[in-house]
Design a protein around this ligand. Structure first.
Ligand SMILES: [Zn+2]
Length: 78
């Protein structure tokens, strides 16, 4: 079975984003996004260097990372 791995790691994600209460914030500009708007690309401030890397969906990335972690954990247990 081919193993598809996420290009992002949890360490990578943690360097760019941080959870503030129930919102997710950019570590560079402090812009925040609610989980209820995870269908929309994250909106950085105009001056944020992260905004140059294109639209991102940090909630989806986090979700994918958590799922990948879970799959990895299950694989190790069996
Ligand atoms: Zn930002």
């Amino acid at each position: 079975m081919p193993k598809s791995r996420s290009p992002f790691t949890m360490d990578c994600w943690n360097k760019a984003w941080i959870i503030h209460g129930h919102k997710l914030a950019c570590r560079h500009c402090g812009a925040k996004q609610c989980p209820t708007t995870d269908e929309h690309p994250f909106r950085h401030t105009d001056t944020c260097e992260m905004s140059a890397t294109g639209p991102r969906y940090p909630w989806k990335e986090l979700n994918d990372l958590l799922k990948a972690d879970l799959a990895e954990t299950r694989r190790m247990l069996h």
